[in-house]
Design a protein around this ligand. Structure first.
Ligand SMILES: *Cc1c(COP(=O)(O)O)cnc(C)c1O
Length: 438
């Protein structure tokens, strides 16, 4: 008999974001199936996916509509290069994404993962300025605690020490400006006032950089990997105005917060603004296939449009615009439109909020219980350094996949998690919290 899947995995697979030695004591979880908000283990245990399998899954595992769309596409065309060629799914997806920005961001450049979307947005911003005669604009600003992926360029605008420190000598570090984190409110100060305070620091930095900033990149409303740091939309309005006055592009990285996660289809809509460049990935394919896109404004596209090849944007990835991934993305948009997801999510988010409030607001270790749409989180006071792993294990035992970031417990369920399942998820979290602290 071959050894069990777990042993083979530990021997042959180098797992992401993991100190492999921890698996000497922490068992891997072998998953052989999925059904809606549930994952099914090799041993037959059913686990509620409380974090949408790393924030990607929107409409459940093995969603019948997305499955059917993919089966159909599979019999038409699996892949073709996108340089010099085109195909129906990529055209339809680009048109529909443009329409979702009210036509403001009408050109779609594709890649396969979030970090590559960040790389593209940074290169595109710099190169657009360069083509327009502003090659001194070669610096980027990013938010304290911001996360934009882990390739070397993306790490340069990422401010999460755990991911960045070891590679600091390899990266070209962007300038970090203070986060508008609403938890920083002084007594009597509103979240909007915190945002305005952070915006003044942003303006001071733009001034100090004296015309050398190509772009300011941020995660609108929720800084995910920082630990679900939430802030007021006022900051986005201020950032938009400041980027306009100092002639810098505003890049919204909505890889995690786009696609209805924060209550509106795009998070930046809550501030009534549009970015110059918009990065999307994660939920874009409903959590099925790797796909990312950068949407950009007409002026940026025009800056590259020329007879000279070198003034073009020559970036590429082999799987750019993959038809299967685009088809999954189209099926995802169909579900949004036909099932009025934004409306049903409002009710679901309210249910989640009520459950969390009832269960955790009086808990002696819980601080800063917060929520924005289908993202909720709280911080745990007095947590040990291995709290995250202890909580994760205890939650699994209680039937839920929840993976705290440091001492922040968060919930990011797929949009199909119904009320009884939300009850189970929150109950599992309560059990896990007491066990991890005890
Ligand atoms: C996940 C994430 C990325 C990186 O995406 P990958 O597909 O993991 O490379 C970038 N930005 C944000 C805001 C993310 O949450």
């Amino acid at each position: 008999m071959p050894p069990p899947l777990l042993q083979r995995s530990l021997a042959a697979v180098w797992h992401p974001c993991t100190q492999m030695k921890h698996h000497e004591t922490l068992p891997l979880v072998p998953i052989i199936g999925g059904e809606g908000a549930w994952l099914i283990t090799e041993g037959g245990q059913r686990l509620l996916d409380g974090i949408s399998s790393w924030w990607v899954n929107l409409f459940g595992h093995c969603n019948p509509r997305i499955n059917a769309a993919l089966r159909h596409q599979l019999d038409q065309l699996e892949h073709v290069l996108l340089a010099g060629f085109t195909h129906p799914p990529v055209v339809e997806l680009s048109e529909r994404l443009s329409a979702l920005t009210g036509g403001a961001l009408g050109h779609a450049f594709y890649a396969s993962d979030g970090a590559s979307a960040t790389e593209i947005a940074l290169k595109m911003s710099f190169h657009a300025w360069r083509n327009q005669g502003f090659s001194q604009k070669n610096r980027f600003l990013c938010l304290e605690g911001g996360y934009h992926g882990e390739t070397i360029g993306a790490l340069g605008v990422t401010d999460v020490a755990l991911f960045k420190t070891a590679y600091a000598p390899l990266t070209r570090q962007a300038v970090t400006v203070p986060s508008p984190d609403a938890r920083r409110a002084a007594p009597g100060e509103s979240a909007a006032e915190v945002a305005r305070r952070a915006a003044r620091a942003l303006e001071a930095q733009l001034q100090a950089e004296n015309g050398r900033v190509a772009a300011f990149i941020l995660e609108p409303l929720v800084q995910g990997a920082a630990g679900m740091v939430m802030y007021d939309p006022e900051y986005l309005r201020q950032a938009r105005m400041l980027c306009d006055s100092y002639q810098a592009h505003l890049i919204c990285d909505e890889i995690a917060v786009g696609y209805g996660r924060t209550g509106t289809f795009f998070a930046h809509e809550q501030a009534g603004i549009r970015p110059d460049l918009l990065c999307l990935s994660k939920g874009i394919s409903g959590g099925y296939l790797p796909l990312s896109v950068v949407l950009c404004r007409e002026e940026i596209f025009r800056a590259f449009y020329d007879n000279d090849t070198r003034r073009g944007f020559l970036h590429s990835h082999s799987y750019t615009g993959n038809p299967l991934a685009c088809r999954a993305a189209l099926a995802t948009l169909d579900i949004f439109e036909e099932e009025d997801v934004l409306t049903s999510n409002r009710a679901r988010a309210a249910q989640l909020g009520r459950l969390l409030d009832k269960t955790f607001s009086g808990h002696k270790a819980v601080r800063h219980l917060r929520q924005r749409g289908m993202i909720a989180a709280f911080d745990v006071e007095g947590a040990a350094s291995d709290f995250s792993r202890r909580f994760f294990s205890a939650a699994l035992e209680a039937g839920a996949l929840l993976r705290p970031i440091g001492n922040t417990v968060y919930f990011m369920p797929p949009y199909v998690m119904d009320e009884p399942a939300l009850h189970k998820l929150v109950a599992a979290a309560a059990t896990a919290l007491d066990k991890a602290l005890g």
